[in-house]
Design a protein. Sequence first.
Length: 94
Amino acid sequence: MPKDSPPQITLYSKSGCHLCDIAKERIENVRRQTHFELNIIDITTDPDLFERYQERIPVVFINNKEAYVYRVSEKGLLKKLGAQRPWWKRLWGR
């Protein structure tokens, strides 16, 4: 991946998964603060993915490396992406 291309985040999930919905929401919150490409993959559309992940979802990959399983931390995701929070959030500790 070229250095100037944005990070790639892949979220493996399926419908009806409460933790997947929370992970998507947190990823979208981070997306408001920094740029990255997001690919959401429904594991039920691919038998191999379904076999691999089944109930082990959500799974989040950053640039093809597994970063999170089950729960996503917004602060941790920002850090893994190398993003700086806006100055006013750093100042007020949010």
